[in-house]
Ligand binder design. Structure first.
Ligand SMILES: [Zn+2]
Length: 307
């Protein structure tokens, strides 16, 4: 078994900006960057981003046109030609305190159509803003926290604790059997015919491999052996997951679904998948998901159709 995800095909794993973390406490530099003519600001409200009217690119505004809100320094665009100086152009985001209207769009809508630079900006911004929205108070003492380090840390003025944005690791795995069929499951909340790879959060003190074995066993009763191969990762900041993709080989093939999370699970051959997708009776995971890429990596080529 040596399946792989096509390099560059994970829509939300693309990134171009230099995050320039060393500038986050450099107040003088940050003020200068905010005042520069060529600086760009992404606007985010809730977990949605301001987009241009054709909804295929972000609406990046100059600082003078940015509304009030939490200001976040995202990094420096050093691609040749970006900005007016050799150092490159600074990029910020502002978390707007307002309900998003129709000039805003979510990652599921635009994650696959943005270019590499804007996709990286979008994922970073949405992840940070989701964190800011639910971490206004200190988890240690309950006091209101303040934003520091250019929007990348919240500090508690009462007890002094610093709070950092979190990413929650989750495994997502395509399991194969001795006939090279793929194990796909249907969540109980999904309609008939919709299947995906298995996934679940990594628990404290657990290795990724142990999480793969536990999740697959819990959800389907299928036993995974030693053959677990890392395939790639993709941020999924809805609200804060980091999806870690794997291919794994089963050693025990009997399916016994838990009925709690998974309504049904089946072994699919490539021929099964081809026939079902062509007949329109099977729905595949969305085109920006790592699940879709794991399935295509096993299948051998791109599949058409989606949820
Ligand atoms: Zn505190």
């Amino acid at each position: 078994m040596a399946y792989s995800i096509v390099p560059g095909s994970l829509s939300l794993s693309r990134s171009v900006l230099d995050r320039a973390a060393d500038r986050r406490r450099d107040v003088e530099w940050l003020e200068k960057a905010w005042a520069a003519d060529d600086t760009q600001v992404a606007l985010v409200a809730g977990d949605k981003l301001a987009v241009e009217s054709e909804r295929t690119s972000l609406r990046l505004v100059p600082p003078t046109a940015a509304p009030d809100g939490i200001r976040i320094f995202l990094g420096i665009d050093r691609v040749a030609g970006a900005g007016q100086t050799a150092e490159g152009r600074a990029v910020f985001a502002v978390l707007v305190d307002a309900e998003p209207d129709e000039s805003y769009a979510g990652l599921r809508e635009i994650g696959g159509v943005l270019d590499d630079r804007e996709a990286g900006i979008a994922v970073n911004v949405v992840g940070l803003c989701n964190w800011h929205v639910v971490h206004t108070h200190c988890a240690n003492c309950g006091a209101h926290t303040e934003v520091v380090d250019a929007g990348h840390v919240r500090r508690c003025p009462a007890c002094g604790l610093s709070h950092f944005p979190r990413s929650d690791p989750a495994i997502i795995v395509l399991v194969t059997d001795d006939q090279d069929r793929a194990l796909l499951g249907r969540n109980e909340a999904w309609p008939e015919g919709r299947y995906s790879t298995l996934a679940g959060f990594v628990e404290p003190g657990e290795s990724l491999e142990a999480a793969v074995r536990r999740e697959v066993l819990e959800e389907t009763g299928v036993v995974i052996g030693e053959d677990i191969q890392y395939a790639g990762s993709q941020p999924w900041p809805l609200p804060s997951s980091l999806m870690l993709g794997f291919y794994a080989k089963a050693t025990g093939y009997t399916i016994n679904v838990d009925q709690d999370e998974i309504a049904e699970a089946k072994w699919f051959s490539r021929e099964d998948l081809t026939a079902l997708v062509e007949a329109g009776t099977m729905a595949l995971p969305g085109n920006i998901s790592i699940s879709r890429r794991l399935i295509e990596g096993w299948y051998g080529k791109e599949l058409t159709g989606s949820w």
